[in-house]
Design a protein around this ligand. Structure first.
Ligand SMILES: NC(=O)c1ccc[n+]([C@@H]2O[C@H](COP(=O)([O-])OP(=O)(O)OC[C@H]3O[C@@H](n4cnc5c(N)ncnc54)[C@H](O)[C@@H]3O)[C@@H](O)[C@H]2O)c1
Length: 322
């Protein structure tokens, strides 16, 4: 079968890895990288043996699928352009910068699918492809309580969105997938530190059915930490995203009475972005459906919005301004 012809749009910090994976995949031909920054575009095009284009218009007619890794503020316009051309698309997370833009993208997807029924539209929630997450989900643990912590030093990028849309959105998407129930209520606090947006946020989220989560995201930490702790019936799972490590403690009752067993789950390590993109390519080629959909991603955005509203309320009542 012929290869999927792809273009990578935006080859900055993350997009360069999209280009590397597209250039190295058996499933794809990397037709071009698109970036308005000429020097950067040429550098990445040269590195991966492909062409550079300054704008998507120049290549859209020659590709089957587009990988968008441009800044979040550009997602809406680029997504509409790709859909209007009836091409498959994977959009980096978050799907869009605002609720309105997200809704407009979903409406455009409906229109595009009326013309091209099998159109694939995925979002780069790559933690869902983290092998430790796959292992956790395969164990079928339904958390009653979960704690997610995702903190890092200031990245000097993504300053046009808050830490909720940039960082916390990963865990909001994961919690929705793991708990599988809608959110009932959100209470959050957050503060701007280095940008005009919230850089450090803690949210307490209540789900239908009684499950509960606390989620902390910060881009003003000294060190990187990305962990999830999930507590279910008689078990506790501790997951380290970066180390791809999963430990599960279970209460067992044997002849000598109750005991706690501890298991370090065997994980076949893999690069989440590569696993995600290969799954997208297979979906475009009609060989699978293992993607995070635009509707999934919008659901995470809706929770992110509730967090933003709650943070704004808490900030409005803050009396210390110095
Ligand atoms: N999935 C993840 O874990 C993850 C990690 C990092 C970033 N991201 C997402 O990826 C996106 C890019 O983030 P980044 O950190 O790589 O940003 P970046 O600033 O490092 O790179 C963005 C690139 O896009 C280019 N660009 C700007 N406008 C463009 C346009 N209209 N068309 C094409 N290219 C354009 C810029 O010149 C730059 O090279 C953001 O949406 C971010 O949220 C996702």
């Amino acid at each position: 079968m012929s290869k999927l012809r792809v273009a990578v749009v935006g080859v900055g910090s993350l997009g360069q890895h999209h280009a590397r994976i597209a250039a190295g995949s058996e499933a794809t031909e990397l037709v071009a990288v698109v970036d308005p920054a000429e020097a950067r575009g040429l550098e990445i095009a040269g590195k991966f043996g492909t062409a550079w284009a300054a704008s998507l218009d120049e290549v859209l007619g020659r590709v089957d699928a587009v990988q968008i890794a441009a800044p979040t503020g550009c997602h809406h316009a680029l997504g509409l352009q790709v859909l209007a051309a009836g091409k498959h698309v994977i959009m980096e997370k978050p799907l869009a910068a605002t609720q309105e833009e997200g809704r407009a993208l979903l409406a455009a997807l409906d229109r595009a699918r009326a013309e091209v029924p099998g159109l694939v539209a995925a979002v780069g929630h790559l933690e869902r492809f983290n092998p430790a997450v796959t292992a956790l989900r395969a164990m079928g643990i339904k958390p009653h309580f979960a704690e997610a912590i995702r903190v890092s030093p200031f990245p000097m990028r993504s300053m046009e969105v808050d830490v909720i849309m940039d960082v916390m959105i990963h865990d909001l998407d994961l919690l929705l997938a793991l708990i599988g129930r809608p959110v009932l209520s959100v209470e959050a606090v957050g503060v701007p530190v280095l940008t005009k947006y919230a850089d450090l946020v803690n949210a307490r989220i209540k789900f239908e059915g009684g499950a509960f989560a606390t989620v902390t995201a910060s881009r003003v930490a000294r060190k990187k930490e990305r962990v999830l702790r999930a507590f279910g019936a008689n078990c506790y799972a501790s997951l380290d995203f970066a180390a791809q490590k999963l430990e599960v403690l279970r209460l067992t009752v044997g002849p000598d009475g109750p005991a706690v067993s501890q298991e370090v789950v065997e994980i076949v390590e893999g690069e989440p972005l590569k696993l995600e993109l290969e799954a997208f390519y297979q979906a475009c080629l009609g060989r699978g459906e293992d993607i995070v959909t635009w509707h999934d991603a919008f659901a995470a955005m809706e929770v992110a919005h509730l967090v933003q509203v709650s943070v704004a309320e808490s900030l409005a009542s803050l009396e210390i301004r110095a």
